[in-house]
Every structure is written in C-alpha cells, then in structure tokens.
Design a binder for this molecule. Structure first.
Ligand code: ZN
Length: 301
C-alpha cells in the first residue's frame, strides 16, 4: 500500500488515515477514508489520483470551505458531495472565499487567486446538506456521525465513527495555531465546539493538519494544550488593555505579534487574519463583560 495510506484500526479494516502532502502542512491537509466515504480532499492532486486508483470513492464529506481542505473536489466529480449549509456557498463558488478572508482589494487577493489556480481548484455542486447528529451507515458495520462544530468557519463539521470511536476533527486541528481569522469565524463558537469534542468517548483522533493521536490520555492532553494556546492569546490581549488605561481601538493591535509571535512567509496574510482573530477575542470579552466600548475603542471594566 502507498505510504500515505495507513489503516487506523486492526478491528475495522475499512478505516484509513490519508496523510496530506508535505506532512499536511498548508496548503495541504489530511483526509480519512471510511468505506467509500472520503472526508476532505486537500491531500494533493497527485495523492488523490493515486488514492482513487486503489479505492472507490462515492461520497465526499467536507469539514469546511477552506481551500486546503477542498482543493481536490474537481477530481471526484462522480462522487456525491456533502457539507453544512453555512459553508455551501464558497465551496460551490470558490471566488466567494476572497471576501470571507477580508482580503478584497489588498495584495493578498492576487496571491489567493494564484493559489486557487495553482491548486487547480474548480467549483462543484453540493448534493446533500448535513446537520448536527446526522448518522450515515457505512458497509452495514460503521456509523459515521456529523458533529456540527462551528467557529473555525460558520459551517465547520467534525465526524465521529461511533463503533470504532475514531474522530476526524478537521481544523479543530490541535496544532500550535488555532485559527478563526475569516469573517464567518467565531471564537465563542470555536471554544464551544472544543467543549463538545471533549464530551465524546474517543479512541483515535485525526485532524486536518496533525497525524494520528491515539489513546484517551494523549487526546485529553493535546486538547488541553490547544485550549491553553487560546487562553494565552486572551491573556496577551487583556494585558495590552491593562497596560494602557485608555480606550484601545482595534486597529492598534495590527502588526503587533499578539497572536502570531513570529510572522511566517505568509506575513501579509497573517497580519490581516490576526486582526480578525483579535476582533473575535474582543467579541468574547464584550460578551463576558470584561471590556466595554468607549470613545470608539474598548476599555477594561
Ligand atoms: Zn481551515
């Protein structure tokens, strides 16, 4: 078998981890194959073609609209596509991603368009909309449950196979970089979705950008680490407020390495996404009555 295709369970032979190219680093991501159901299509053009040669893929479940998770859709035109209603529009028309990233009329707009071209992305039609707790029977043996887990995008879904207790979490990705930097993201929902995941009985987790995580203690530890990254961001933003006893405008946080401690090769994009993410923290602080609005800015209560 190809080295990027790995069985996930000895007991259930039809569940596979499919590793994305470049160890699933952006602009690629991991997939999971369960029977003839494939979750996400961002493993790379080449890998998807090789996978298709070995396995029939009749149904494609998408976790969310981001380009690194849906770039291979066009290679699976014969399959039926499934996603949540809130993420349908930018999957069916990839040009709609650009306003959602808030990059219209910035230099990033052209970068993103080039990437969409480079990944050979094409629009596809969603056949069926999925909802929280929908269950799909696979091979008369497995039950794949949809977990509506918004926050990263408005319609993000994770998937949980109830018999093997294997979950695919999409971009609740358990990396060092939790992301909620598009207009349709919400930190409040993202944290609620993490809480929902914690309530599940899971043996194995696969995420969009992390490999296989196995065992309850390891899984609990990884989720805890992920939450502590979010808490660290809360603390840094609150410290910024407390060090200045005057109203702070959102714009002051721009290009300040509050979320990205070091910007990467994607610096220009990260600066835009970072400000959007800080806005999501501010939304949470307002809801929790930690800050209030004053003179077009925000101040600690
Ligand atoms: Zn994503």
């Amino acid at each position: 078998m190809e080295d990027f295709i790995k069985p996930l369970s000895n007991e259930f032979e039809n569940i596979y981890f499919i590793e994305g190219a470049q160890r699933a680093r952006y602009p690629y991501s991991n997939s999971m194959l369960i029977g003839d159901y494939l979750i996400d299509t961002g493993i790379s053009h080449k890998r998807l073609k090789r996978l298709k040669k070995q396995f029939p893929i009749n149904k494609v479940f998408l976790t969310h609209w981001h380009e690194d998770h849906i770039s291979g859709n066009y290679l699976l035109r014969d399959a039926k596509f499934y996603c949540h209603s809130k993420d349908k529009a930018p999957i069916e028309n990839v040009d709609k991603m650009i306003p959602l990233y808030n990059v219209k009329n910035t230099p990033i707009e052209d970068d993103l368009k080039s990437l969409i071209k480079l990944l050979r992305m094409q629009n596809i039609k969603i056949d069926t909309l999925i909802e929280d707790n929908d269950i799909f029977n696979i091979d008369d043996q497995l039950k794949l449950k949809v977990l509506f887990t918004p926050g990263h995008t408005a319609g993000h879904c994770a998937y949980y196979e109830m018999i093997s207790k294997i979950a695919f979490l999409g971009d609740i990705d358990l990396t060092k970089h939790p992301y909620y930097g598009n207009l349709d993201a919400s930190l409040i929902e993202f944290e609620e979705s993490i809480t929902k995941i914690k309530s599940l009985d899971i043996n194995i987790i696969v995420t969009g950008h992390r490999g296989i995580i196995e065992g309850k203690d390891k899984i609990d530890g990884e989720i805890e680490k992920y939450e502590s990254i979010l808490n660290g961001r809360d603390e840094r933003i609150l410290a910024y407020f407390s060090e200045r006893s005057r109203p702070i405008k959102l714009e002051e946080f721009r290009n300040n390495n509050i979320i990205y401690r070091k910007y990467s090769a994607y610096k220009d994009f990260e600066i835009i996404a970072e400000l959007l993410m800080i806005e999501k923290h501010i939304e949470k602080f307002l809801k929790n009555n930690l800050i209030s609005e004053e003179n077009n800015g925000y101040i600690l209560i």
